[in-house]
Design a protein around this ligand. Structure first.
Ligand code: UN1
Length: 488
């Protein structure tokens, strides 16, 4: 018997009125791990209403009290870290060490946001008039809809839920249908930590049923989405007048300059390119190697890629886990064919592994031109291409030649080159002598160009994403004072 899970509305675990369910699979075996409610538009409307009804009580709770609940959630996450990491590996496929990192990221953001309960700073400032005081305060948006992907099935819901809650918003969460179990377990932890009924609602289901309602419902004041560019574009067009935060992926590169510590650079490329089976928005899919050392980079990388062990993420011997589903395997394989047709040289991988589950051989291309599709489009799999650059300016031009601008990295010990990269790469994140992945939760996360719409998540930017700013003027002069007219 397959375990059946429910949706969570107004503090109750219930079945969808649709009467329909869908299954979540273990990508390492292709076997079902649970059955989930196919939430409908009607379920979603109920969830939005429940959020609306509980919003006032929640926003009036003193933020440090809300912080205590988040802190309890962080403790519960810590106590349940191994169990949750096991579920992340089971449902999403990443190797256990990374699954632990996924849960740890949720703990970190819960702690950070819990402490925000005692800050949520505004500004105090001067006034141009006498006996007048001016400041800003933060207010919640109201009901917010959070739509999250499968690649960080605990961390990304946490990035969004924790700041949303500490700011006093009420939440409707729609997790990816590839990882509903992780979302369900995460919401259970928040329930146990004491988030009041109705403040956090979970509706599993399809983009058509749940996602569209969240995006188009006028009662929803903010939407935060991490996922594909196509869906992001649809959201931007259809959300109407509400705040929208988008994080839509990348085509991230690592520049390797001739003076770089090559062993370090190779470690960074392997981690950024093949960690999480390349399924991070921040994954490195382009190595931009200076022509003087490109041959060396290629040889060293190839010998490392060949040694990567592919398998079930729960085994200690596995370096690279499965892809998320059959469709992903086909997509990656399709891109490998495109790369070959375009004239890139396939050095390793390029094949579907013939076994249960959704496995793909770690793949490396060289002779990649910056304008090839495999160097321009997000593949979201274990595929890396090497592109040669003549000098630092050329390398940065190549880096910037894509529509995305999320993460980037440069390996060099030359201060001039490092700062050229810092100042000229159009990306939300630049690493120096570190890989493209590994963002920490107290710094802003997000990208430029078509990676997003200018919002940033995590850290203080997470608070900005989920709060409104009000300007407050207090005139204690006892007379009419007109700004711009009576000053002076
Ligand atoms: C993502 O892939 O959308 O920096 C998030 C990193 C992780 C988060 C990635 N902390 O790679």
């Amino acid at each position: 018997m397959v375990a059946e899970y429910k949706i969570y509305i107004a503090g109750k675990w219930t079945e969808s009125e649709s009467g329909e369910t869908f299954e979540s699979l273990n990508p390492a075996t292709g076997k079902t791990i649970g059955s989930f409610q196919k939430g409908s538009r009607e379920d979603t409307r109920k969830a939005i209403e429940s959020a609306e009804n509980s919003f006032d009580g929640w926003r009036k709770m003193p933020p440090p009290k809300r912080g205590e609940i988040l802190l309890r959630a962080s403790r519960l996450l810590r106590e349940n870290k191994e169990r949750l990491a096991g579920l992340v590996t089971l449902e999403m496929g990443k190797v256990l060490a990374e699954a632990r990192g996924d849960v740890q990221e949720a703990i970190d953001v819960a702690e950070y946001m819990a402490a925000e309960g005692r800050r949520l700073f505004g500004h105090t400032t001067t006034s141009e008039l006498r006996s007048k005081f001016a400041m800003t305060i933060r207010m919640p948006l109201g009901v917010v809809g959070l739509i999250t992907p499968w690649n960080f099935p605990v961390a990304i819901p946490a990035w969004k839920i924790m700041p949303a809650l500490i700011c006093g918003n009420a939440v409707v969460l729609k997790p990816s249908s590839d990882t509903p179990l992780c979302a369900t377990e995460f919401v259970r932890i928040l329930e146990k930590a004491g988030v009041p009924k109705g403040v956090l609602n979970l509706v599993t289901g399809t983009p058509d049923g749940v996602g569209k309602e969240i995006v188009t419902n006028r009662k929803v004041r903010g939407v935060s989405f991490t996922g594909s560019r196509e869906t992001g574009e649809w959201i931007a067009k259809n959300a109407g007048i509400k705040r929208v935060g988008l994080e839509l992926g990348g085509k991230n590169g690592i520049i390797v300059m001739p003076d770089a510590d090559l062993e370090l650079a190779i470690d960074g490329i392997i981690w950024g390119g093949y960690g999480t089976t390349g399924q991070r928005c921040t994954a490195c899919s382009r190595v931009i190697a200076h022509e003087k050392i490109a041959g060396k980079v290629e040889r060293k990388l190839l010998s490392r890629v060949r040694r990567l062990r592919v398998g079930d993420g729960k085994l200690k011997t596995t370096d690279v886990g499965p892809l998320i589903n059959r469709h992903a395997v086909e997509k990656v394989h399709g891109y490998v064919a495109i790369g070959r047709d375009e004239g890139a040289r396939l050095l390793a991988g390029g094949e579907i592994i013939n076994r249960q589950g959704f496995f793909y051989r770690p793949t490396l291309f060289s002779d990649v031109a910056a304008d090839m599709r495999i160097a321009q489009e997000e593949i979201f799999g274990p595929v890396v291409g090497i592109i040669e650059a003549k000098n630092i300016d050329h390398a940065i031009d190549i880096m910037n030649s894509v529509r995305y601008g999320l993460s980037s990295a440069i390996y060099t010990n030359n201060v001039e080159w490092a700062f050229a990269a810092i100042q000229n790469i159009e990306a939300g994140i630049t690493y120096v002598n570190a890989s493209t992945i590994g963002a920490e939760v107290h710094l802003p996360f997000g990208g430029m160009k078509e990676t997003g719409n200018g919002t940033r998540e995590a850290g203080i930017e997470g608070i900005n994403e989920f709060s409104e700013i009000k300007a407050v003027y207090i005139d204690y002069s006892g007379k009419l004072q007109r700004a711009q007219i009576d000053a002076g």
